[in-house]
Design a protein around this ligand. Structure first.
Ligand code: PLP
Length: 386
């Protein structure tokens, strides 16, 4: 693993390279050193943006504000979406319904998928896997409802930078090595909710998660032999974050965020994605990689689409047994608001996302592509005639 390896040559530092750490790809971020960024151009202006403990905290606070101050009555969310997030949007004073849209359908305007709309409606549009840039602007010009965009999967995309939405939200902890964090801003300059208070329980969760990230760093460096304790803390904090009253971001994450080289890390993610795609090639008929539909897009990860759920599940298990931890974004078999479109369920059952973030360089991604290809070959050999 070669995360920002440029600090490792500093002779005043202990040399983590001298320890032979275990291999691992994906899963939660650990703490690692980095060269700080300069002034970063973000889609949000720090004076008017509000920073939250999580993406869900940002959304829930905005929804409560919208109901009280802007007459919001109904929220429309994609039927292809994280069901834990959909569940968190319920109970905030407005009716929540799905509308039929999913990844790879970015050339369609979301408005064309709606059966009806009107004043009091709010539409949530998601940049799925950082691949998309739907034709939102024409829609906004003739809108009779407000639009919230979710930029979690690529918060610094050209789409986010040029958005004309009423509101934008992003969970920052999904693409950045932060124990907590989400952001809310209004490209339209609408006055938003008051800054949230820091919930002491949230602060305790963020600190425990940072402890887990630090312990994971020691594990990856080969210093600590077991992952049990930090995994336990990761799972327990993940289960609690975003569920209390909407909190501000922890001071720890606010400080880290202000020092992060956001643009450089985004470029590294793009280079890692490109290296994976090149090495993976089109040689595998058993898997396709979803590619960006938007110019300048920088995918969250390499999203593979396998030929069947069975192959996806076999690949996932085989990769986990080799310490590669892919993500399923998102399981739709227990929908919170009724069934999703069959083609969306089908995609969610055949997809697998591999991390491409700043923790990895092109060589890591080439090695990963080779490992995935070999594993796929082994699987297709063992399932032939089965
Ligand atoms: C697209 C998207 N939006 C929002 C969220 C919610 O973020 P958080 O877990 O920080 O509440 C997630 C989390 O997985 C997500 O993937």
């Amino acid at each position: 693993m070669s995360a920002e390896g440029d600090l490792r040559g500093d002779p005043s530092r202990a040399q983590p390279d001298e320890l032979a750490g275990p291999f691992e790809h994906g899963s939660d971020f650990h703490v690692f050193p980095y060269r700080p960024g300069g002034p970063e151009a973000t889609p949000w202006r720090s004076e008017s943006a509000k920073f939250y403990g999580s993406g869900r905290d940002a959304m829930r606070h905005l929804l409560r504000f919208g109901v009280e101050q802007r007459g919001w009555k109904r929220l429309l969310v994609p039927d292809y979406f994280c069901q834990q997030v959909t569940a968190a949007l319920l109970g905030n004073g407005l009716q929540v319904e799905t509308y039929p849209i999913g990844p790879g359908e970015g050339s369609r305007s979301p408005i064309d998928t709606l059966a009806s709309w009107g004043p009091g409606d709010v539409l949530l549009i998601v940049n799925f896997f950082g691949l998309e840039c739907p034709p939102v602007l024409p829609m906004l010009q003739r809108r009779q409802f407000e639009v919230i965009e979710d930029h979690t999967h690529d918060p610094l995309s050209p789409w986010a930078h040029t958005s004309g939405a009423d509101w934008c939200v992003a969970s920052l902890r999904k693409t950045l090595p932060l124990p907590d964090g989400g952001v809310l801003w209004s490209p339209q300059g609408h006055p938003g909710p008051q800054s949230p208070e820091l919930d002491p329980q949230h602060q305790a969760i963020a600190l425990q998660r940072f402890a887990a990230m630090s312990l994971k760093a020691q594990y990856l460096a080969g210093a600590v032999p077991s992952k049990l304790l930090y995994r336990d803390w990761m799972v327990s904090t993940e289960g609690r974050i975003g569920s209390g009253s909407p909190s501000s971001i922890s001071p720890l994450s606010a400080l880290l965020l202000s020092s992060f080289p956001l643009q450089r890390w985004r470029e590294q993610r793009g280079a890692s994605f490109a290296a994976f795609c090149e090495a993976f090639g089109t040689s595998s008929s058993a898997a396709q990689i979803l590619t960006p539909v938007a110019p300048g897009a920088c995918p969250l990860g390499a999203v593979l689409v396998l030929e069947s759920r069975r192959v996806r599940d076999l690949l996932r298990q085989a990769l986990i047994s080799q310490d590669v931890y892919p993500a399923v974004l998102w399981p739709l078999d227990a929908p919170v608001l009724g069934p999703s479109l069959p083609r969306h369920v089908d995609l969610s059952e055949r997809m697998l996302a591999l991390a491409c973030d700043m923790r990895y360089g092109p060589r890591d991604m080439q090695a990963l592509a080779a490992l995935v290809l070999t594993t796929l070959e082994r699987i297709s050999g063992s399932t032939e005639g089965a």
